[in-house]
Design a protein around this ligand. Sequence first.
Ligand SMILES: Nc1ncnc2c1ncn2[C@@H]1O[C@H](COP(=O)(O)OP(=O)(O)O)[C@@H](O)[C@H]1O
Ligand SMILES: [Mg+2]
Length: 329
Amino acid sequence: MFRSAGAFKRPLKSDRFSIAFAQKWLYSRYLRGLDDGGSQAVNETIPRGYTMRRMTVVSTKGGVGKTTVAANLGGLFADLDYRVLLVDADVQPTLSSYYAIRSQATGGLFQLLVSGVTENVISSTIISNLDLIVSNDPTGQLPNLLLHAPDGRTRLRHLLDQIDTPYDVVILDTQGSLGVLQDAAVLASDLLISPLPPEMLSAREFSRGTLDMLERLRPMSQLGLPVPPLVAVLNRIDRTRNALQIAAALRDELFTASKDRIRLLETVIPNLVAYREAACLGVPVHRHESTRPVGRTAPAARETMLALAHELLPDRAADVSRLSSETLA
Ligand SMILES: Nc1ncnc2c1ncn2[C@@H]1O[C@H](COP(=O)(O)OP(=O)(O)O)[C@@H](O)[C@H]1O
Ligand SMILES: [Mg+2]
């Protein structure tokens, strides 16, 4: 499925080490103390060699960075020459307008889910390789329609299976509240990504809401739809002592308590104005900030996004390294 994968030979030593090693080194300097005990708290829920194709960015809370992560991961994978589809499953269509549209389809998520048609629902964006199913349900009928359809929660998964275009990566963005549309997006994916800002309130909300959501959907596995593994990524981390302490506490308490159900990614997304600027400009953040500004400790957004891509596609890490040196150079 990954078009580019077969074309590559064994990773060069420099490929393997350059980005991954630089990231770890930079982060360990940047987040002094934050890594302590972190690796013990991380639980492996993703089997080795796990190949993931669909990722849903999810949280029970708004404003944590879901759309930011979805848009920028999509933009990065597209620039790495993967064929990417973004699906905006948030009734508030932020992701739909993140990148300018090159060619607008007549339909979007509404037609996909209600009419069950996969034709004329995919728009293309001005980013090469990056397509989009827009959220187009201004009157908010979709959740109700799905709620009353017998296959409401599984329909999105089955329809995505029917799309003819061979996408390498599909990234679904969701709204920050529980609901049938969020359930449908969760069950449509192979991996859940949950951005987690370091406020204690969101940690509590995270453990209560997110784990409850996973638990509630667990019976779906009897229908052949297991709840995908969930990875959390710390987002908007400042170097202030408070933020560091809270993030360390999160690693220690929250993720130890979650046993084998959540994996906390090593990649940490710093709180940088670059993410807001890139959103305003409608460009992927790795393009907007490709190098670290002089005098700043936090790594360039490009490095962070590449590290995230490495972690999310562990079995494709060599490809990501190679592609990044070939296509992003
Ligand atoms: N790492 C970050 N650094 C700075 N600002 C960020 C970061 N991540 C997200 N933001 C900003 O936070 C706000 C909320 O993010 P958004 O992705 O829209 O959250 P959600 O989709 O979860 O509601 C946006 O203004 C976004 O630009
Ligand atoms: Mg959003």
